[in-house]
Design a protein around this ligand. Sequence first.
Ligand code: HEM
Length: 127
Amino acid sequence: MQDPLSIIHSAVGGDEPFYRLVEEFYKGVEDDKILRPMYPEDLEAPKERLALFLIQRMGGATTYSDQRGHPRMRARHLKFPIGLKERDAWLLNMGRALDCVSEFQPHRQVLEEFFTEFATFMINRPG
Ligand code: HEM
């Protein structure tokens, strides 16, 4: 069976909607009392990394791995204390960001399942 995520990059017309998505996501992070302290002051590099990761995961160019190596996403998140509260805050911001980018609406269910599963996998602390 084809991975339903891998068609999204071409279905939304390329990279550009992903950059809009991460802009919206990080706008939310800027104002989020739980998440903001975890991120560096300058959010430009995190925006680029998240955009490139999502582009790669959804069937676009593999620039993320070319630049960063194997994603090892859980390992990369271990230095941030992520419990249920942090996961839910992340998902809330991503849900709001998805609301803002119309190209993703037809893929909403698949995206929400992916983000929920992935964010749950990132949990590395009780509580
Ligand atoms: C569960 C809640 C999550 C929290 C609190 C969280 C927090 C963070 C923080 C603080 C960073 C460092 C910022 C940076 O340097 O880029 C980061 C990096 C990153 N996160 Fe998350 N994250 C979460 C879930 C996710 C999910 C679900 C995804 C993808 C679907 C994701 C993808 C990434 C990527 C691609 C990076 C950059 C990794 C790198 O190349 O160094 N994160 N995350």
